[in-house]
Ligand binder design. Structure first.
Ligand code: AMP
Length: 280
């Protein structure tokens, strides 16, 4: 496995791989890798000849009072996990190279990213779109793999790829969960064991919503009320949003259709912001 920090080196290496007919799969991450990330690496492996994992805690997608400074950075462990999983290249650029002094170009997707986390995290998706486009330009992937856990991010990246005619296929892997149902997340590291067991209320509440739909309920407000009620039973949890949306476009549902809609939620568990979603 190669580790590359230099943007120029990564870009020229990617170009020469492509010239030699290699299909490149990219898994963009912020590190602190867990089973969710590793499952995306497996998806990239199936499709591509060379798998690149980028590890970059992207400052432009964090708000002023968010957790950029305390975001867990454990590069050594990440590299060992990548090596074990058969990754070919880890691309781990420096912030000062990605955003040199005077940097002033940003990408805004203005539809998919407008609502939900776009409201509670202003500028978050601008940062994500910008860094993804930069990573795509540097690593030249045929495939870029993202996780369904960040459903709005997946839709936004697909929309950006379509709108900007990027020659990239965006693949989405299913949400990996711990045995008890909590979606794996780098931010789960912030949770004490009490907070972690309360965080389980999130997947449980989504399951309650799905149960209603399985019983034949099609009314969006009823499902949202059920999930919100379940979440509000836990005093550590502060709900940011619960919505039923189209899984591709993130547009609000008016009447629930199985296979088309998902319930999405974001909530604080004390000081930790978690997101999750469930297909209906
Ligand atoms: P992050 O490092 O949190 O920016 O995530 C990098 C990629 O991993 C994103 O595409 C996420 O959607 C994906 N990811 C994060 N958690 C999970 C999970 N539990 N299951 C599947 N993919 C995930």
């Amino acid at each position: 496995m190669q580790t590359i920090q230099s943007i120029n080196e990564m870009q020229s290496h990617a170009i020469s791989l492509r010239t030699n007919g290699c299909l490149i799969g990219l898994v963009p991450t912020m590190g602190c890798l867990h089973e969710g990330h590793l499952s995306l690496i497996d998806i990239a492996r199936e499709k591509a000849d060379k798998v690149i994992v980028s590890i970059f805690v992207n400052p432009t997608q964090f708000g002023l009072n968010e957790d950029f400074d305390r975001y867990p950075r454990i590069l050594k462990e990440d590299l060992a996990l990548c090596e074990d999983r058969g990754v070919d290249i880890v691309f781990n650029p420096d912030i000062a190279d990605v955003y040199p002094k005077g940097y002033s170009t940003y990408v805004n997707e203005e539809q998919v990213s407008a609502d939900l986390c776009g409201v509670s995290r202003p500028n978050h998706f601008r940062g994500v779109a910008t860094v993804c486009l930069k990573l795509f330009n540097i690593t030249r992937p045929d495939y870029a793999v993202f996780g369904q856990k960040d459903a709005q991010q997946c839709s936004m990246v697909k929309k950006m790829a379509a709108d900007l005619n990027l020659p990239i296929e965006v693949l989405v892997g299913p949400t990996l969960r711990d045995a008890d149902g909590l979606a794996t997340s780098s931010r789960n590291r912030y949770l004490t064991s009490l907070q972690r067991s309360d965080a389980l209320t999130i997947p449980n509440a989504l399951e309650e919503g799905k149960k209603l739909v399985e019983q034949g309920v099609r009314n969006v407000d009823r499902v949202v009320a059920e999930v919100t009620h379940h979440l509000s039973q836990c005093r550590r949890i502060r709900v940011l949003y619960v919505r039923v949306v189209d899984r591709e476009t993130m547009e609000p549902a008016s009447e629930i259709e199985s296979g088309k809609h998902i319930i999405v939620t974001a909530a604080w568990v004390d000081q930790t912001r978690l997101i999750d979603n469930i297909a209906l």
